[in-house]
Design a protein. Structure first.
Length: 131
């Protein structure tokens, strides 16, 4: 059973990481004019804020995958997953405040996936190896 859960956790971590890396690369390297077509909010905030959200996405992706991948400080992966949950909550609040409540489905789904990773990785990390 533990092996099956571990496989699902890896799938969830890879899904989170690849999605966040994609979002980060788009936010960091695309001109704001192109981003505005896909995400209208990017035209309403400063370019620095958009780039900052890209850096945060990238850090979340690296944090949720690298500790488990390299088996170094594995307790950092569930901490990163909790940070991703918080990021998705903040993003949802941001979109709701702009009247874009219909667009928070992505945030809810990825918060749920991150919650699964946080809980599962925390439960699988032996107590003696936690930070």
């Amino acid at each position: 059973m533990k092996k099956i859960v571990n496989i699902f956790l890896w799938i969830a971590q890879i899904l989170l990481a690849t999605s966040l890396i994609w979002a980060a690369s788009v936010k960091l390297f695309q001109p704001i004019e192109k981003l505005e077509i896909m995400w209208p909010w990017t035209g309403d905030v400063s370019p620095t804020f958009v780039r900052l959200t890209g850096v945060i996405d990238l850090l979340g992706a690296l944090g949720v995958i690298l500790p488990s991948l390299f088996r170094f400080k594995p307790a950092l992966a569930p901490i990163a997953a909790i940070a991703i949950i918080l990021l998705m909550i903040v993003a949802s609040i941001f979109h709701i405040s702009r009247g874009e409540g219909s667009q928070i489905g992505f945030n809810i789904v990825f918060a749920a996936i991150a919650a699964f990773v946080a809980y599962g990785r925390f439960r699988l990390v032996p107590i003696q190896t936690r930070l």
